[in-house]
Unconditional design. Structure first.
Length: 153
């Protein structure tokens, strides 16, 4: 897992439009980078719609929002269209970036263990340095926690 104060690893992933996106593309911008398990599931939809609804709050504070999951482009496109999401979704189907950021973890559901994406939010400064990490994020309170933290800076 990355630590506060470390430089966030660069990546090259496809967005919902099939365009290559790198973290370097956001150099000079502050970024909220959040990892989530799966498009169009209850928790992930709650979290994404909260970012959508508070998008102007982040922009007014100088932040860009990026969501990353292992879902494919088609899934991201449907998710973004269905909920009118106004920020970038990146596809990491082989979980390379998810693992690099320390978000690929063992999970348990009904006693069955499996590997999956741990819901985690990173706050990055203009130089892509990790300023704050929120682990085991509650999708209902993530956005408010992040905004409260940003306002405390």
């Amino acid at each position: 897992m990355l630590q506060t104060g470390q430089k966030a690893p660069d990546f090259n992933l496809l967005n919902e439009k099939g365009e290559n996106v790198t973290l370097t593309d956001f150099k000079g911008h502050k970024v909220v980078l959040y990892f989530y398990p799966k498009d169009d599931t209850p928790g992930c939809t709650t979290q994404a719609c909260s970012y959508r609804d508070n998008f102007s709050e982040f922009v007014s504070r100088g932040y860009q929002i990026i969501g990353i999951s292992k879902d494919d482009l088609k899934s991201h496109q449907k998710f973004q269209e269905k909920y009118e999401l106004n920020f970038t979704l990146l596809s990491d189907p082989d979980t390379t970036v998810i693992q690099e950021y320390g978000c690929w973890k063992e999970k348990s559901l009904y006693g069955k263990k499996y590997m999956g994406t741990a819901r985690t939010t990173f706050i990055l400064d203009e130089a892509s340095t990790v300023v704050k990490i929120f682990e085991n994020v509650d999708p209902k309170t993530d956005v408010q926690q992040v905004l409260t933290f940003i306002d405390s800076l």
